[in-house]
Design a protein around this ligand. Structure first.
Ligand code: 8Z2
Ligand code: NDP
Length: 308
């Protein structure tokens, strides 16, 4: 479906899902004012959902909310979009985000733990403060939000949660902190999928490749072309779009995924099945090879080489 403004550039508004799919539903999207989270927020709103976006920076939230409302108005729809400032690393702020949402909208059907990130660094150079900042943002924040959404609402009413992982399946050079945290998220997703199934709460995750461009994501690395650099490692030979992440999230939230829980969907053009993301080792001599002979020669006292 597409609509156009009476004046100016036509705006294409679309979803592969049916209009009204999420009517009367209420969702929280962390990091919902930028990048992937903004894409998810737009699609949820377009499908009739009420959405609360939450992150640290008030200016980002208000700018993002204005853009999203204008975008939806151009599609002829009114957005029920609410903004809450919340740092997912702060337990009291997370508790308050969930209670505010339930108080204001009377329920909480969906939680999308999208907010997060990291900085690039060799693991040897990461200071404890930086390690803790990344693990608290991506793993502990996800835990806190899941726990509060469950205890305050979903335990008694059901719901669906989607967490955010990354392409850390083979380890992630220069992202050791985030790779470890996201691997934790994937494991937590499986555990919660099992523990909360009896409450009719489904918990799944998406794992985008190192490839989803947005101006905010690129700015974090000071290099707008950093995502283009990933193409060589992607069998589909292109970067991904925020819409490609959003449609997977909407599917996981939808009744069509009613029998799916604990799962992580990769959205990476095959990258994770190919080679290690965005990282080439420098040329170096081959490492020492092990054989019984070489080991014996190495361990033997000088002058007593074996003749096996
Ligand atoms: C190979 C090619 C692959 C190419 C890879 C290409 C992309 C791969 C795919 C992934 C893409 C994405 O995730 S895109 C999403 C990008 N968006 C984001 O990352 C946004 C959110 N990120 C952040 O806010 C930050 O990165 C994060 C560290 C998590 C939180 O920052 P805060 O300032 O709030 O944290 P604080 O509590 O103040 O602590 C900050 C400490 O972290 C450390 N720190 C922070 N930035 C640092 C930096 N640039 N370099 C070193 N250290 C840093 C320092 O120790 C800081 O302490 P001091 O020393 O005291 O200052
Ligand atoms: N782009 C990509 O290729 C990939 C992205 N991802 C992950 O997807 C998610 C979205 O990233 P993307 O949209 O690309 O990048 P962005 O930088 O645009 O989004 C990150 C969002 O997270 C929010 N955020 C960061 N820290 C916190 C916090 N402590 N509390 C609350 N909100 C926070 C930010 O808002 P604010 O600054 O206002 O707090 C921002 O809206 C992130 O978790 C990212 O790591 C994973 C794999 C690949």
């Amino acid at each position: 479906m597409s609509t156009s403004k009476s004046m100016g550039t036509p705006l294409h508004v679309s979803s592969v899902f049916r209009p009204g799919l999420f009517d009367d539903r209420v969702a929280i999207v962390t990091g919902g004012a930028t990048g992937i989270g903004k894409g998810i927020t737009k699609e949820l709103l377009f499908l009739g959902c009420t959405v609360v976006i939450a992150s640290r920076k008030a200016d980002r939230l208000s700018d993002g909310a204005k853009e999203i409302r204008d975008w939806l108005a151009n599609a002829g729809q009114k957005a029920t979009l609410h903004v809450v400032q919340c740092n997912v690393r702060k337990e009291d702020e997370v508790k308050s985000l969930i209670s505010t949402t339930v108080d204001r909208f009377g329920k909480l059907d969906f939680l999308i733990n999208n907010g997060g990130g990291q900085f690039l660094s060799s693991t040897a150079d990461i200071r404890l403060k930086g390690w803790n900042a990344v693990v608290e943002t991506n793993l502990t924040g996800t835990f806190l939000l899941c726990r509060e959404a469950y205890n305050q609402w979903m335990k008694d009413h059901g719901g669906a949660i989607v967490n955010m992982a990354m392409d850390m399946w083979k380890g992630y050079p220069y992202m050791g902190h985030s790779g470890a945290a996201r691997a934790g998220v994937v494991n937590l997703t499986k555990t919660l999928g099992v523990e909360w199934a009896q409450s009719n709460v489904r918990v799944n995750a998406v794992a985008p490749g190192s490839s989803i461009f947005s101006p905010t994501a690129a700015a974090n690395y000071g290099n707008a072309s950093i995502f283009d650099g990933a193409k060589v490692n992607i069998p589909m030979k292109r970067t991904g779009t925020v819409e490609e992440v959003s449609s997977a999230v909407c599917f996981l939230l939808s009744p069509g995924a009613a029998f799916i829980t604990g799962e992580t969907i990769r959205i990476d053009g095959g990258q994770s099945f190919y080679i290690t993301p965005n990282f080439r080792l420098p040329d170096s001599k081959p490492t020492d090879m092990y054989s019984w002979q070489s080991q014996f020669d190495k361990d033997a006292p000088h002058g007593s080489k074996s003749k096996l």
